[in-house]
Design a protein around this ligand. Structure first.
Ligand code: AMP
Length: 284
C-alpha cells in the first residue's frame, strides 16, 4: 500500500493509475477506522480496479466548541487496517497541506438541505464537509466515491453538490454497519463510558420501535416521533438534539409516511453526540 502525504504525490499516483487504465474508487474518512469504514473499502474494491482512502480530520467541519482537538487519532493502527482491507493508496495530508491558507477564502455550500437536521445544530458543518470533499475529489479525481448511510444527511448533501456542480464522480451510499447489539459503529463511540455505551442503544432501539409501529399501521410522523422520544427519555444520560421524519431526498419534514422517508436522530449521551437513521420505503 502506497502512503501519500502531499497533494503533488497524490496527483502523480493518480496519473500513473489512469495511464494504466485503472478505475479509481475513493473512500474519504477522518480515520480511527472501524468495520463501518472497512465496509466502504469492500464496496469500493468490488467496483473499481484500485482504491484510495483518505484520512484527514478536517478542522473546517468542526464548530468552535466541538471535539476537533480530542477527535481520536491513530494513524499507525489505521494504516495497518487499511492495508489489511486491501486499500491500494492512503492519502494522509497535514492540515497545512490541505489548507495553504486557513480558513481559505473559497468554500462550497449546498443550501437548504445542509441547513436541516445536523446542519441546524452544527452551523457551518456541512460547508466544511462539502468544501473538503470538493478539494479531495479534485486531488484524487476518483471515478466513484463511497460514503456511509450512517451519515445520511452527508450523503444527500454530497449527492446534491455533485449533481449541481456536474462533478464527474459517482456517489455511492453504503449501508450502516452496527455492533452486534445494534449500536451504529462510530469513531466517537470510544468516548462512551461503559454505562453510556449501554444507554447509547436507545438510538437504534427508538428507530426499531418506530419501524415496528409503522409496520403495524401508524403513518403519522408526530406520533412516531413521540414513540421514539419516550424510548430515549428512559435513559438518564440521554438528551435529544433532534428527531426528524423527513423526505428521503429533500430532507424536508413530512406529516405522514407515504413515500421514501428518512427517520433521523441525533442524541447526546453524556457529552457524546451520536447520530443514527433508518429509511422507510413508504406506501400510500
Ligand atoms: P468518518 O471517519 O466518521 O468521517 O466516516 C468516514 C465515512 O465512513 C463516512 O462516509 C461515514 O458515513 C462512513 N461510516 C462511518 N460509520 C459508519 C458505519 N457504522 N457504517 C457505514 N459507514 C460508516
Amino acid at each position: 500500500m502506497k502512503i501519500i502525504y502531499t497533494v503533488e504525490q497524490m496527483r502523480l499516483w493518480h496519473k500513473g493509475e489512469r495511464q494504466k487504465g485503472k478505475k479509481i474508487g475513493f473512500v474519504p474518512t477522518m480515520g480511527y477506522l472501524h468495520e463501518g469504514h472497512l465496509s466502504l473499502v469492500e464496496a469500493a474494491k468490488c467496483e473499481n480496479d484500485t482504491v484510495v482512502m483518505s484520512i484527514f480530520v478536517n478542522p473546517l467541519q468542526f464548530g468552535p466548541n466541538e471535539d476537533y482537538k480530542t477527535y481520536p487519532r491513530d494513524i499507525e493502527r489505521d494504516t495497518h487496517l487499511a492495508e489489511k482491507a486491501g486499500v491500494d493508496a492512503i492519502f494522509i495530508p497535514e492540515v497545512n497541506e490541505m489548507y495553504t491558507y486557513y480558513p481559505q477564502l473559497t468554500t462550497v455550500e449546498v443550501k437548504d438541505i445542509s441547513e436541516r437536521l445536523c446542519g441546524a445544530s452544527r452551523p457551518g458543518h456541512f460547508t466544511g464537509v462539502t468544501t473538503v470533499v470538493t478539494k479531495l475529489f479534485n486531488i484524487v479525481q476518483p471515478d466513484a466515491a463511497y460514503f456511509g448511510q450512517k451519515d445520511y444527511q452527508q450523503v444527500q448533501v454530497i449527492k446534491q453538490m455533485v449533481a449541481d456542480l456536474n462533478m464527474p464522480v459517482r456517489v455511492i451510499s453504503v449501508p450502516i454497519k452496527r455492533e452486534t447489539d445494534g449500536l451504529a459503529m462510530s469513531s466517537r463511540n470510544t468516548y462512551l463510558s461503559e454505562k453510556e455505551r449501554q444507554e447509547a442503544l436507545c438510538l437504534n432501539e427508538a428507530l426499531l420501535l418506530c419501524k415496528d409501529s409503522y409496520e403495524k399501521g401508524e403513518k403519522n410522523a408526530e406520533i412516531l416521533k413521540e414513540i421514539m422520544v419516550s424510548r430515549i427519555r428512559k435513559e438518564p444520560s440521554a438528551s435529544i438534539d433532534y428527531i426528524e421524519i423527513c423526505d428521503a431526498d429533500t430532507l424536508k419534514p413530512v406529516d405522514k409516511i407515504t413515500k421514501p422517508t428518512a427517520v433521523a436522530l441525533a442524541v447526546k449521551i453524556g457529552r457524546t453526540r451520536l447520530i443514527d437513521n433508518m429509511v422507510i420505503r413508504g406506501e400510500k
